[in-house]
Ligand binder design. Structure first.
Ligand code: 13P
Ligand code: ZN
Length: 302
């Protein structure tokens, strides 16, 4: 069996240093403390690689840290010497928010061993026009090239979910991507095909899959196209590229992608076998919808 992962600890200025300026000098007292949010995100990030969703540096994850996830260790970090870096798309509704996010070009596979290289924490500043690095990105990293879409997604999904959704995962799950080669690039058709494949689907993603056409990754153009679809669903397909999903926690976002990927694999096999002879009927989907009112995020469009 592989050796157990090393414990996740991070150097951090000790509490009660009276002056932020002084605390940066030779007399610094440092101790090792875990950052709770990083401790919970790193293993899920590594698991995404184990699932085959994040080859090389593929994919990125970001977490809008609500108050309950900003622990005392994070509160103690006072960044006075980091520049403000301009955002390519201003995000006034996210001003002041903290984001834990993977660095551009970093590997999900390294999430446990090289945690402070793979991840960083930034705070949105300057009325939503800039960000400042707070922690991590060791060796000079910066947030993912898809940061514009992540922030756009957080702004929209924070509003639409009334603050419930906090984590966005973009990854490259193969079975889901294959469907964008085999099926029309049509949100209703893809959603219905997956809903009809296994009962969990309409219960856990009644908002469906919204399809974004093929667009150059890492651009404001893909952020703008994604924004239109994220108004309608937590889940979007970047055709021939990957999935982009928003949920309330690292665990929930992982589980949603896991469910979609399993249904996609079944659907792909059905297509490869020449098409379904029968499927879950619309009648049964409506009964499922009625029976699961209390746990669904919305009513499906069927
Ligand atoms: P980053 O390494 O910049 O996060 O890009 C990976 C990716 O999947 C782009 O869509
Ligand atoms: Zn990608």
């Amino acid at each position: 069996p592989p050796p157990p992962p090393p414990p996740l600890f991070f150097f951090q200025a000790q509490a009660a240093i009276p002056d932020a300026q002084e605390s940066r000098g030779l007399g610094d007292v440092y101790k090792r403390q875990p950052l709770k949010c990083v401790e919970s995100l790193a293993p899920i990030t590594r698991l995404c690689w184990e699932m085959g969703w994040n080859e090389i540096n593929g994919g990125n994850i970001s977490w809008r840290l609500s108050n309950e996830h900003i622990d005392n260790v994070l509160k103690q970090i006072v960044k006075i010497d980091e520049d403000f870096i301009k955002l390519s798309k201003p995000q006034p509704t996210l001003d002041g928010e903290y984001f834990l996010v993977t660095g551009s070009g970093k590997y999900f596979r390294h999430a446990i061993e090289k945690t402070d290289e793979v991840f960083g924490i930034v705070q949105i500043k300057d009325g939503g026009n800039s960000y400042q690095k707070i922690w991590g990105f060791k060796g000079g990293g910066k947030p993912t090239s898809e940061f514009a879409t992540h922030l756009t997604g957080h702004s929209i999904r924070k509003r639409q979910s009334k603050g419930r959704e906090e984590v966005i995962l973009h990854c490259h799950p193969p079975e889901f991507i294959i469907l964008s080669f085999l099926m029309p690039l049509d949100s209703s058709l893809v959603s219905l095909a997956l809903w009809k494949t296994m009962p969990e689907c309409i219960v856990f993603f009644p908002d469906g899959i919204r399809v974004v056409p093929p667009i150059l990754p890492g651009t404001n153009k893909i952020a703008d196209a994604s924004a239109i679809e994220l108004e309608k669903s937590r889940i979007i397909s970047w055709s021939h590229h990957g999935i982009f999903v928003s949920e309330e926690s690292p665990d929930a976002v992982f589980s949603l992608v896991e469910t979609i990927e399993k249904a996609s694999a079944m659907q792909r096999k059905i297509i490869a076998a020449g098409g379904a002879k029968q499927t879950i009927s619309l009648q049964l989907l409506r009964e499922l919808t009625d029976a699961t009112k209390n746990i669904r995020v919305c009513d499906p469009d069927i």
